[in-house]
Every structure is written in C-alpha cells, then in structure tokens.
Design a protein around this ligand. Structure first.
Ligand code: FAD
Length: 286
C-alpha cells in the first residue's frame, strides 16, 4: 500500500525503521527481526540503505521480507555518488518487486568530501527522477534543528520546499529530544507553504554508548531533562533502558496530544524496545 494512502486512511500511524545486514553478512537474524517487528503491526516499516548504493540489494532483500510479512515497506534509496543509469537499475529492481514506497536521500559525504560526485546533487534531484516513473510514493528527510550543511534555517526550509515541489509526499524528521524544537519547525514549514504529512522520528536511547555516539554525530543539544536521566542512569544498563523507553513514550504522548499523529520509531533492529513503547501506548495507538 502507498504510504500516502496509509496517512489518509488512519488517524495515527506508527512506523518502525530497520537497517539491513552488511553486504555478505547472514540473513537469518534479520528474518527474525523483521518477523518480530511485523508482529507489532506497525503502519509500515522503513529499511535504510548504505550511502554509495553498495547496500541497496540488501535493502531490497529486507524490504521484500517486510512485504512478505504482510506489512507495507518503505525502501531508502541514497543518491550519493550514483550515476543516472545505476539509479535507474535500482528503480527497475524495486518496481519488479512490487515496491511502491521510496525514501529518497542524498546521503552523507564521506570524511573530507564536500561535493557529490554522482548525477544527483540533492535529494530533490533524485525525487524528480523517481517521479518521472510516476508509480512510486516518495518521501524525504527533514531536520527540525536544521541540516548541518545549511547556512540558515530559512535556507534549509526553502530547500525543503524544492524537495516538496519535486514530488516529495511526506517528510520524516531526524531524531530530536525536545518536542518544542519540532513544534517550532512545523510552524516554519507551514509558514513556507509546506503542508505534507510530517513523520516525527523518535529515537529511544537506551544505552550509554549509543548516547555518546548520537550526540556527537547529530550535534543536537541535549535537553536538560534528558541529560539528568543519562547522567543518573547511563552506568546502570537496565535502568537506562527503562528510562530511555519511558522518555520516548512520554515524547510520543506529548506529540500525539498536540496533534502530531505520524510517529516513526528508530528501531535500530531492536523490536523488543519498539514493542515496549508500543505496549506503553497501546490505547493511544489504537
Ligand atoms: P538534501 O535534501 O539533498 O539536503 C542536503 C543539504 O543540501 C541540506 O543542507 C539542504 O539544505 C541542502 N539543499 C538541498 N537542496 C538544495 C538546493 N536545491 N540548493 C541548495 N542547497 C540544497 N543516510 C543514508 O546513507 N542512508 C539512509 O538510509 C538514510 N536514511 C535517513 C532517514 C532519515 C529520516 C533522515 C533524517 C536521514 C537519513 N539519512 C540516511 C541521512 C541523510 O542521508 C543525511 O542527513 C544527508 O546529509 C542529507 O540527506 P538529504 O536527503 O536530507 O539531503
């Protein structure tokens, strides 16, 4: 089912995200993870893709598994360094497998690189190419705290408008830990004429290593409430896990209470964590 149709047919959507095994790695564990995620009955499951396109076959394999489990899938497609004919082949593969939803991304530059060497400079160029085929529902990424390369928030939002005008039908946010940042961002989107569904990306942070990596990578400021939790519990894995699940659950309750009805859980291949959050919110998600 197209994700655009899922958004119009349900008041609240909850999607999950998986990453495929590395090229050459075994697939048995992945099948189990997909099955456990499918059992949670999410609105759809997205599957990430390695930059450079090297992992796109693995993405396709996982996406096929998701569809076989009776759940709509969203295949990530990353343009970085890819030529038009390579992208065309990937689209052929997706089409041949009946995949109708694509998350179109530019990808991150490898260290020391500042220019995209592929045929698609920005995600909006990739989206325009995909839309030429006519048959795919296409989503894109957005950044409530601004994309790190964008000079100003306004510039970033103007670029998002280009993405929407190219045919992007929904936007999934980068993770954020303070809902007010999302509310401010959504206000600016509306002011700039962007009114596609916004899918709020929630990352349950449940262990100390993950915390250090996430804040280093995203450069996002740590909200004081979250900092207090991590300072207090990061040396106690079980307590940190429980606190991370509770924090994500509360974040989602506040979002839905304020009318943000599309929630995406960065599952990190841990169905049990997504499952705990969904159990906490079973009446809200019903
Ligand atoms: P773009 O939309 O192209 O934006 C990149 C930068 O260029 C921004 O600063 C933007 O303001 C600017 N820009 C855009 N258009 C224009 C224009 N026309 N003129 C001037 N400037 C412009 N990475 C992966 O490798 N694999 C994944 O599966 C993956 N999944 C992701 C899922 C989500 C929900 C998110 C939020 C990110 C994901 N990423 C993934 C990371 C993503 O590839 C990086 O954040 C990357 O740096 C930007 O990708 P983009 O598609 O947002 O790029």
């Amino acid at each position: 089912m197209k994700i655009s149709e899922i958004f119009t047919s349900r008041e609240i959507t909850v999607s999950l995200e998986l990453f495929p095994p590395k090229p050459g790695a075994g697939f048995a564990d992945m099948k189990k993870i997909v099955r456990e995620c499918a059992d949670l009955k999410p609105s759809f499951i997205s599957v990430t893709c390695g930059a450079g396109g090297g992992g796109s076959q693995n993405t396709l394999e996982v996406v096929r598994e998701v569809e076989a489990g009776g759940v709509s899938s969203l295949a990530h497609l990353v343009a970085m360094e890819l030529r038009r004919d390579e992208i065309s082949e990937m689209l052929d593969d997706l089409e041949a497998n009946g995949i109708v939803n694509i998350m179109a991304l530019r990808g991150d530059f490898p260290p020391g690189v500042t220019e995209n060497s592929g045929d698609f400079r920005y995600a909006s160029d990739l989206i325009a190419e995909i839309k030429k085929r006519g048959n795919f529902c296409v989503g894109g990424a957005c950044y409530p705290e601004g994309h790190p390369e964008a000079g100003t928030w306004q510039h970033d939002i103007e670029n998002l408008k280009i993405k929407i005008d190219a045919g992007c039908e929904f936007l999934t946010t980068q993770m954020f830990f303070d809902n007010n940042i999302l509310y401010n961002f959504m206000y600016r989107l509306l002011k700039n004429g962007i009114n596609v569904p916004i899918v709020a990306g929630i990352m349950p942070v449940t262990n100390a290593r993950q915390i250090q990596r996430i804040f280093k990578l995203s450069g996002a400021p740590v909200p004081p409430r979250f900092k207090a939790i991590t300072d207090r519990f990061s040396n106690n894995p079980k307590a940190m896990r429980q606190a991370g699940i509770a924090y994500a659950s509360e974040q989602i309750i506040d979002l839905i209470a304020n009318g943000v009805n599309n929630i995406h859980i960065y599952t990190m291949n841990k169905p049990e964590i997504a499952g705990s959050i969904m159990k906490n919110l079973s009446e809200i998600f019903r």
